[in-house]
Design a protein. Structure first.
Length: 261
């Protein structure tokens, strides 16, 4: 069960990039191997999701590899003032397949999960490359960053959000761009294109809950299915970890999963 740390020269970042690759014991079994792209939250790096959750153990029993880039405060976005976090994400997804050719390339075996800040990157990449993933899940995430920026600009957001201003500048700057997830989803729906299965969860005491509930309503208005769950607790791994095993089962089995473990 190796966890491999990869440091590489990143064209997107113009310097050193880093990501981790977890390989389950049966990774050579091409028939059953799946891959999960894991995007961490703010003020962190890829190892945090392994240290504070049981995700590696859950993936081991499902023969699922993990590819997890470090974005720190890059918000998985090509920032107005800062790093090219979104280009880096796409770079890692492509590079990991070349470096580890055993990782499956079939969309039905590829999944993506974002924690907090990572959920925006996960949904954004899925909407840009909907034919590359089977399902995407986000935990307590600002999916609709245009709304998040509106809240920040009006002084109604829970946090200072300086990194979000560095990344997106303003609601108007980000609205209608490649990262406007709601608009991207609307276009996919209008064009009749395939949209992977979508999942969003939050905690009952989570500061992300109000934003996530608005996101749920927007997807409902678009007529795009979005599976949701509310966990117990706040914005931390104490709340997320009990949901993760069920999220993986939902990814693999679809909406036939009735509740979580």
């Amino acid at each position: 069960m190796p966890l491999i740390n990869v440091q590489y020269l990143s064209t997107a970042l113009g310097g050193e990039g880093e990501f981790g690759v977890y390989l389950p014991e049966k990774w050579r079994d091409a028939e059953t191997l799946k891959v999960l792209f894991l995007l961490h939250g703010a003020f962190s790096e890829y190892k945090s999701s392994f240290l504070y959750s049981s995700l590696a153990r859950y993936c081991e029993t499902r023969n699922m590899a993990i590819v997890a880039p470090s974005s720190h405060l890059g918000v998985y976005t090509d920032m107005i003032h800062g790093e090219n976090g979104y280009s880096m994400l796409k770079e890692v997804v492509a590079l990991s397949g070349k470096m580890f050719p055993a990782l499956p390339s079939e969309p039905e075996k590829r999944f993506i999960l974002g924690i907090s800040m990572g959920g925006h990157g996960a949904f954004k990449l899925t909407m840009e490359q909907p034919d590359q993933f089977s399902a995407v899940a986000a935990c307590s995430s600002p999916i609709d960053v245009v709304r998040t920026m509106e809240l920040l600009e009006n002084g109604e957001h829970f946090g200072g959000g300086a990194e979000l201003f560095h990344a997106f500048q303003s609601a108007n700057t980000y609205r209608g761009t490649q990262g406007d997830v709601i608009e991207m989803a609307r276009k996919l729906k209008q064009e009749g294109r395939h949209i992977p299965r979508l999942f969003l969860c939050w905690g009952d005491e989570d500061h992300a809950k109000p934003e996530d509930l608005v996101t749920v309503e927007k997807f409902k208005e678009l007529g795009i299915p979005l599976t949701t769950r509310e966990g117990i607790g706040g914005h931390n791994f104490d709340m997320w970890d009990p949901l993760l095993e069920g999220i993986l089962d939902w990814m693999l089995k679809g909406d036939e999963v009735d509740g979580f473990h």
